[in-house]
Structures are given as structure tokens and as C-alpha cells.
Design a binder for this molecule. Sequence first.
Ligand code: 2AM
Length: 173
Amino acid sequence: AAARPVRLFFALWPDAATVRALAAWSAQAQATCGGRAMRAETLHLTLAFLGQVPAELVEPLIRLTLQRPFAPGTLRLDRYGVFPRQRIVWAGPGDGAPALAAEVAALWRDLGALGDLRPDHPFRPHVTLLRNADTAAPPPPSPPALDWHYERCVLVQSAQDGQSRYIVKAASR
Ligand code: 2AM
């Protein structure tokens, strides 16, 4: 039987110090906005969401992740934001993270060459902190800016059995 499609995305996964800082951002936002805090081990920034991908593409995607260059950089998270429709409160870069956006565009070019893969909307860099939040009121002032030094992008499988579970399939060098 054909293997089932796999839900995949590319992301930046925070180091331990960045996770701690993000957890503090999350707690501060939750005091005002309520909602459900993302578990610390699930905090991430999505670079490219692939959705359900045919199983045959998983190995090529792992090879691509291992082989293609990905430029490290620093992302300055300095604001809260909300997606009212999804009732999400997030942390993000006020400047839109142009260097990271350029990496994401290059990643999509490589993905498009590999298969029928393209973004379904523009890149909006954010780390989801709270779900089912009260997004009618503005979030509180943010803590001091957080500089996240990232080294790698990772290919992640999202296994949706009840709560979402993330499995890292490969990391860039
Ligand atoms: P979210 O946190 O804003 O919901 C795994 O689901 C990751 O992929 C999450 O970071 C999620 O963003 C993101 N994601 C889910 N559906 C998406 C879509 N259609 N486009 C872009 N990102 C998506």
C-alpha cells in the first residue's frame, strides 16, 4: 500500500536560553491575554510550511535539508503580535527579519525545483506563544528585545495525535 502523506514544515528551533526567554514572553502575555501556552519544547519559528507532502518526497527533502547551504544569523524579537482569527498571540521581529526572509525565499526556490511545493501565503515571521487567547485587547508591552542567534534550519514532521508532536527529520549543517 502507498505510504500516507506526511505533514512537514521547515523551522528555526530555539536554543535553551532562547526557549527560557520565550517562556517568559509567553507567561507575560498570558497574564493579559489568557489562552493556552505552547509547551516550551514546542516553541519554534516556521520558515516554510509544506503541509501534507507525498511520502516519496520525504527522503529527497531530508537530503535537500542536509545539503543546501543555510546562512546563520540573528533574529531580533521585539514585539508581541496577534492573529485575531486564529486567536494566536506571538512574538516576532518588528523589522520583518529581511535576512531571514531572503533565506526563506531561497529555500522555496529549491523546494519548487524538487516538487510541486510553494508557499500559500507570504512569510510572516512569528513564534506562536498562546493559542485560544483573548486577542480583542492588545497584548501587554513586550519584555526587552530578544536576540536569537540561529545556526540551522530544521525539517520537522508534525504528527497530529491529539496534541501536536514535532519530530525533527533533518537539520542543515
Ligand atoms: P502557527 O503557529 O502560526 O499556527 C506547525 O503547524 C507550524 O506550521 C506552526 O508554526 C504553524 O503556524 C505553521 N502553519 C500551519 N499551517 C500553516 C500554513 N497554512 N501556512 C503557514 N504556516 C502554517
